[in-house]
Design a protein around this ligand. Structure first.
Ligand code: PRX
Length: 645
């Protein structure tokens, strides 16, 4: 049983299957990152080789300049020689009684060619934007690849986003065609996706809509604009040539939330993204031919793009996509799926891990989970307690646990320990990926000493898959990422520190930090202290204005036991004082039933702040649990009973 503070190294068995056997790679790559990336890039097929590996002056730069490629050649054509009938994709439907679908590399190649042919006939050309608003079904992967095949730029919008959210994104990207579905299943009910898509098309440039038949529900139909997927693809050729793409041609746009509420369209390019998706999937997860890779993220998020589509395909691996939720029809569904397919590599988010923790280990008893070789986490800081639980209970103390830090903007994983090399340390993400110069710096750009918190930045030559811009918004690109350090460093917006071994711990967003009487405190760290020491299912801490101290923390906790409210509040205050210091003592502790979350599971601390300042909440439609906001408002204003469990 691993404990807090332990360092863990991979076993001999894990090391045996590792692509990287020696830590020497770190030194070599630091000395010459371009050389390392070029060596990796040479493992892929190119139509024309690059003139220069990296050129430019930040914030504008190019990787593999002058080269031509097409990512689908490396995802599909290359494998037809070696693994034509190998399973590329396994699809597990939401309803466990419905049959799974299996697509081999050849199946995928054919489906992609047919849809690519149809898109061309419908007038889609290189550089055009295509919106994709699809649930987790194989056609979402086919659609992304079909766009890439002909050089169209895909922009996937998370299918659980509202029509309003879809509309804003389609307007911004000026997509001319949308691929969607009739409906899909969520907790046993049909979600009418096509209806939602129709509402989102008002005021956009979309002229044609391709509709995948998934749920078989009745859909509104706009003759001349709407086309069934099976109709447009049925007479298309099984094989279509790939459009040669310059390395810096855009591959996709993916929207992420911005500080002002309007989403930012992160632009990713063909060459650099391809190399990074390939290399990170290979070296970090030690992906091998016999692996079954399952990343639970929806394809509407960057994790889905890179590790539920491009990364595994570039490596010729088998990956799983799942239409449903990890806790439906029962909380053990995810464990069932792991055992059913013999998943070897399981990649999920702390919010899911916390949900598993809450339901406890009893529900796991029927499952062996013995095929797992690597487990991983992404998306937010993972507390020590969650880390140890995941490592001991799911990984059975033998699987490397990779805490991977990255962002929509970076396109691929940037900080993590490598499965085959370690070390793994609870609540630490690990070392920067070889060849990526990650630093923790103060506001003047000076590197912080071990243990001192600062801004997480990337130094030139950055990383091949770093975003190249915000679509149609150069100013936002410069202001958000480059102005803090005068174009010399990419600023991630995150805070972290290094331990004495150089392992990085990311503690939260720079914009989540609070200053209490001049002391910089990070709410993420306090949350971690509470999660470690208390029987709470979840907690979130935000700063509120205080006349004397500037800001003070306010704590929201979701209790998982029936400990009396007064005692829980006293415990929260005691633990924070003990773990962080009296300066961090919370002004208030609210015990609530649920915390407001996005559908990807992120806690919306901004809304918590608004409940305290009694501001207008604004649009709550993109939340997974909008009802939680009213409950919290009632609790904060004293009109609602405090939840005891
Ligand atoms: O704050 C960091 C947090 O998630 C942000 C990026 O979110 P997004 O663009 O949605 O991409 C999520 C999936 C890559 C980061 O700026 N974050 C991501 N991974 C971690 C993390 N925070 C702490 N630890 C992580 N492993």
């Amino acid at each position: 049983m691993k404990k807090s503070g332990d360092l863990f190294y991979p076993s001999t068995e894990v090391k045996k299957r590792a692509w990287l056997k020696s830590r020497a790679i770190y030194k070599q790559a630091e000395a010459n990152p371009q050389k390392m990336w070029a060596t990796l890039a040479l493992e892929l097929d190119w139509i024309k080789k690059w003139r220069k590996v990296y050129v430019g002056t930040p914030p504008h730069f190019s990787w593999f300049a002058g080269a031509k490629s097409n990512i689908t050649i490396n995802c599909l054509d290359r494998h037809l020689k070696l693994r034509k009938n190998k399973v590329a994709l396994i699809w597990e439907p939401e309803n466990p009684a419905e049959p799974k679908r299996i697509l081999t590399y050849y199946d995928l190649y054919r489906d992609v060619s047919r849809l690519a042919g149809a898109l061309k006939k419908m007038g889609v050309k290189k550089g055009d934007r295509v919106g994709i608003y699809l649930p987790m079904i194989p056609e979402v992967v086919v659609s992304m690849l079909a766009c890439a095949r002909i050089g169209a730029v895909h922009s996937v919008v998370f299918s659980a986003f509202s029509s309003n959210a879809l509309q804003v994104r389609l307007q911004d990207s000026q997509a001319k065609l949308l691929i969607t579905a009739d409906g899909y299943y969520r907790r046993g009910k049909v979600i009418e996706l096509k209806k939602g898509a129709d509402d989102g098309l008002d005021g956009t440039a979309v002229k044609k809509v391709i509709v995948v038949k998934r749920a078989g529900n009745q859909v509104p139909w706009n003759e001349g604009r709407d086309f069934w997927y099976h109709d447009v693809t049925k007479d298309e050729a099984d094989s279509i040539g790939a459009q040669p793409m310059d390395s810096e041609d855009p591959l996709f746009i993916l929207y992420t939330s911005g500080s002002t509420g309007k989403p930012k369209g992160c632009v990713h390019v063909c060459g650099g993204y391809m190399v990074q998706a390939y290399a990170t999937d290979k070296w970090i997860f030690d992906i091998n031919d016999e692996d079954i890779f399952w990343s639970t993220a929806d394809i509407g998020w960057v994790t889905g793009h890179t590790y539920s589509c491009y990364g595994p395909l570039l490596n010729g691996a088998t990956f799983l996509i799942f239409e449903g939720l990890p806790d439906w029809p029962n909380t053990d569904r995810w464990a069932q799926v792991i055992d059913k397919y013999g998943v070897t590599t399981f990649y999920t988010a702390p919010t899911v891990i916390r949900m598993f923790m809450k339901t406890g280990t009893d529900s796991l008893k029927p499952y062996r989970l013995n095929t797992l070789q690597v487990i991983a986490s992404v998306g937010e800081p993972i507390s020590e307690k969650a880390w140890l639980w995941y490592f001991n209970e799911i990984g059975k103390g033998k699987c490397p646990l990779l805490d991977t830090w990255w962002q929509t903007e970076t396109g691929g994983i940037i900080v993590t320990s490598l499965a085959g090399l370690g070390p793994f340390k609870p609540a630490f993400t690990g070392l920067p990926f070889p060849g990526v110069r990650v630093r923790i710096v103060d506001d003047d750009g000076k590197e912080c000493k071990a243990g001192k918190e600062g801004n997480l930045v990337l130094l030139p030559p950055f990383t091949p898959s770093l975003l190249r811009g915000i679509y149609n918004n150069e100013k936002k690109y410069l202001d958000t990422y480059w102005s803090a350090y005068n174009n010399k460093m990419y600023f991630s917006g995150d805070l972290g520190y290094k331990d004495k071994n150089g392992l990085i711990r990311v503690v939260g967003r720079a914009d989540d930090q609070i200053k209490v009487a001049g002391h910089r405190l990070t709410t993420g760290e306090m949350e971690s202290a509470l999660a470690k020491n208390l029987s709470v299912a979840e907690c979130a801490i935000v700063g509120v204005a205080d006349d004397i101290k500037g800001e003070v923390p306010v704590v929201f906790v979701v209790s998982k036991s029936d400990i009396p409210a007064d005692q829980l509040k006293a415990d929260v205050i005691r633990i924070i004082r003990e773990e962080i210091g009296p300066i961090a003592s919370p002004k208030e502790v609210f015990i609530v039933k649920d915390l407001p979350k996005t559908r990807s599971g992120k806690i919306m601390r901004r809304l918590l702040r608004k409940t305290l300042s009694k501001e207008e909440m604004g649009d709550l439609s993109t939340l997974a649990n909008p009802e939680s906001v009213q409950q919290i408002q009632d609790t904060v204003q004293g009109s609602g009973p405090e939840q005891k469990s």
